[in-house]
Design a protein around this ligand. Structure first.
Ligand SMILES: [Zn+2]
Length: 389
């Protein structure tokens, strides 16, 4: 199964079902050079002192944060030029990396979103810009403000390696978000607007980015999830998350019941339970795997089940294999944010030993070390025998 829908009618992003040979990411053309004119090459190392412009307010073909991070790589002579000229320069580079088919898909998706946003009347305007004090619980805010591994650890538990859980959302915020989603779905039913579902695996639920919440969720990722991911998920691009896919999924009677075993099309996944009353619906995890090893068995220490608690978040690598058991009664609604790093995805194409986080790659490496040691010991023993004979 492909991770990216090929046609405009296909859902935009897809959970990679395990036991199919899903491949990674929409590919650019690696044979194309990055530099334009020799004097206007991108710098290999970013200029950390330079404070990039913000691009949030512009209608761009790529996420605003991609422009902000790419700006640090611009030739020094261009750093001071007008923002529009910087956009032109960067846009030209970025477009080289996006095949025409993908570009058309992006364009169609932008029109689709525009159509929704200009027709749908939001119910709770206060959700559409990030207000940390009313969205998040105080302990979470405090930990983020302190911004240290210690402060994050103080609010988190790590019940299984690489799975972090913590209290995150205020009950009132969850209620408002649920009510907004219900209002959106009512509008969808009334207008018979054909919406795209969050991915190929969920028939119910809605993409929050498509009806106006994209900017708020981008801030949520940049200011709240990226700092944590930078500490706990550096090896999968946690420090450079620059785009996201955010949606809600709904389980229960007349909704999706369960969710098959899969990996996400993300570097880091945030999964927060919004409510309501339900039983069942546990998340089950079965170890982190690279593409080559995605279908291998799991080991006792990798088996972990998690029960959702409203307001509580789970943060894990996208490649951490998981699924959701049946929600046996009531309704459960979860907010999902798939954080992606374009830098990480680009580097992954060129680097061989990239899967230090894969449980199976690690096991193979240890096995190789063990057999090398065993062979060396055997050889020493043999030589000793020869010399004493
Ligand atoms: Zn592996």
């Amino acid at each position: 199964m492909s991770l990216h829908g090929g046609s405009s009618d296909a859902p935009p992003a897809v959970g990679n079902v395990i036991s199919s040979s899903g491949n990674g990411v929409a590919a650019g053309d690696p044979s194309r050079p990055v530099a334009m004119v020799p004097s206007q090459r991108l710098r290999l190392t970013p200029n950390r002192e330079h404070k990039p412009d913000t691009y949030d307010d512009l209608e761009l073909e790529f996420s605003a944060s991609i422009f902000s991070s790419l700006e640090r790589h611009m030739p020094p002579s261009l750093l001071g030029v007008a923002r529009d000229d910087k956009v032109k320069f960067m846009q030209e580079i970025l477009l080289k990396y996006l095949p025409q088919g993908e570009r058309n898909r992006v364009q169609r998706h932008r029109e689709y979103k525009q159509k929704i946003i200009s027709n749908y009347q939001p119910l709770h305007r206060e959700l559409y810009s990030l207000n940390p004090a009313s969205f998040f619980v105080p302990a979470f805010l405090k930990a983020i403000n302190e911004n240290t591994e210690q402060s994050f650890r103080s609010i988190m538990s790590e019940p299984s390696p690489g799975i972090f859980t913590f209290e995150m959302l205020q009950p009132h915020f969850s209620e408002l978000l649920i009510s907004e989603v219900e209002n959106f779905e009512k509008w969808v039913n009334e207008t018979k607007f054909r919406i795209m579902r969050p991915n190929t695996m969920n028939k119910y639920g809605a993409v929050l980015d498509d009806f106006g919440l994209e900017t708020m969720l981008e801030k949520l990722m940049e200011n709240f999830i990226r700092p944590i991911s930078k500490v706990f998920f550096t090896e999968v691009g946690g420090a450079t998350l620059d785009s996201h896919h955010a949606f809600v999924v709904e389980y229960g009677k007349d909704k999706d019941v369960d969710l098959g075993f899969h990996v996400d099309d993300s570097e880091v996944t945030l999964n927060v339970c919004l409510g309501k009353q339900f039983s069942g619906g546990e998340l089950f995890f079965r170890g982190t795997r690279c593409e080559k090893h995605v279908n291998t068995g799991s080991h006792a220490e990798e088996i972990f089940d998690y029960c959702h608690v409203p307001g509580r978040a789970v943060l894990h690598r996208g490649r951490h294999r998981h699924g959701a058991r049946a929600t046996t009664s009531g309704h459960r609604i979860n907010l999902l944010l798939w954080g992606r790093s374009s830098v990480y995805r680009e580097m992954k194409k060129y680097q061989k030993d990239f899967s230090t986080w894969c449980g199976e790659c690690n096991r193979e490496k240890k096995e190789r070390q063990r057999s090398t040691i065993a062979a060396t010991k055997l050889e020493l023993f043999r030589r000793e025998g020869e010399s004493t004979a």
